[in-house]
Write a protein that binds this ligand. Structure first.
Ligand code: CP
Length: 318
């Protein structure tokens, strides 16, 4: 694997899940001496930051971390301007950092203002271009593939590796701030590769994902949450801002919060969320604290989703 930007960089998703589960059972079996993984954050993180460090440690690799939003020079992202208020251009910053590691993993969120700019992944494409080493996407403007891989590893574990067909629902849930689409987009992209999964998205009118991550890949969307929850085996809750009215909160949708009452409609579904989650905004305490909640299992699997990706990239280094 020469880079990891999206599911499109994966040859076979089923094999990747199997290999990740093997690593989970044998975390220290593969050691790569004298390899360094650089972790660069333009935006905050808890899980991604620490799970990637743990994954690197399991592989015997060294890591360094830079929180660019607080620990470095003010980075200029646009080209051709006169840099009076910014101190270092993305071009030098990425090129230099990539000389200090064998893999460069980067997180950079969308601006949620200019849809074309975000959906063309302008910043991440520049990063891929400027880096001299393979790049890993730790969440870009529109995608969060390490999260989605952890999510489908978790579903594989709870279904004895998709032994029989199961129904997975991605449900929009309310939030107080406009959030990126990356978790929802990526989850839709990855889960639709699993043929044993009957997958459906439910959200209020005006919150449909981009066609590229819904209709365009054969994923249905319905606007009746209760109907969607019928016979569901997994409920994945996530907020995202509007795609059509880009980056906006168009209704507060408080009646879309995941409650114990709604979970009763399901087939004793497991509750999923990528975290962080706002309690009693997105989901009731009674659901998050119930036995059906598997959010911690998802977070744990963030280690192995990163570990398998780092391993595959290291093995492809010449
Ligand atoms: N789920 C996730 O990516 O968490 P962090 O933002 O804390 O890394």
């Amino acid at each position: 694997m020469k880079k990891f930007f999206s599911v499109e960089d994966v040859v076979n998703v089923y094999d990747l899940i199997k290999e990740a589960i093997y690593l989970k059972n044998n975390p220290y079996n593969f050691k790569y001496k004298n390899k360094t993984i650089g972790l660069v954050f333009f935006n905050p993180s808890l899980r991604t930051r620490i799970s990637c460090q743990k994954a690197a440690f399991n592989l015997g690799c060294h890591t360094w971390i830079l929180d660019l939003h607080k620990d470095s020079w003010k980075i200029e992202m646009s080209d051709g301007g006169i840099m009076k208020t910014t101190q270092e251009h993305l071009k030098e910053a990425i090129s230099v950092m990539s000389m200090y590691c064998d893999i460069l993993a980067v997180r950079t969120f969308p601006n949620l203002v200019n849809r074309d700019y975000d959906y063309n992944e302008v910043i991440f494409k520049k990063i891929l271009n400027y880096s001299r080493v393979p790049v890993v996407n730790m969440e870009s403007a529109t995608l969060h593939p390490l999260q989605s891989l952890a999510d489908i590893i978790t579903i594989a574990e709870f279904t004895s590796f998709f032994k029989k067909t199961c129904k997975v629902v991605l449900s929009w849930a309310p939030h107080v701030k406009p959030l990126p689409h990356s978790v929802a987009n990526s989850f839709s992209q990855w889960i639709s590769k699993i043929k044993e999964v009957d997958f459906i998205i439910t959200c209020p009118e005006g919150y449909n994902l981009s066609n590229k991550f819904s209709d365009g890949i054969g994923v249905r969307t319905i606007h009746n949450q209760n109907k969607a929850f019928e016979n569901a085996d997994f409920i994945y809750a996530k907020n995202w801002s509007s795609y059509s009215n880009y980056g906006k909160i168009i209704c507060n949708g408080n009646d879309w919060m995941i409650t114990k009452k709604k979970m009763k409609i399901t087939n004793k579904a497991k509750f999923m969320h990528c975290l962080p989650v706002r309690r009693n905004v997105v989901v009731e305490d009674s659901v998050l604290d119930s036995k059906s909640s598997i959010v911690l299992e998802q977070s744990k699997n963030r280690i192995y989703s990163s570990q398998i990706i780092f391993k595959k990239i290291i093995e492809s280094l010449s």
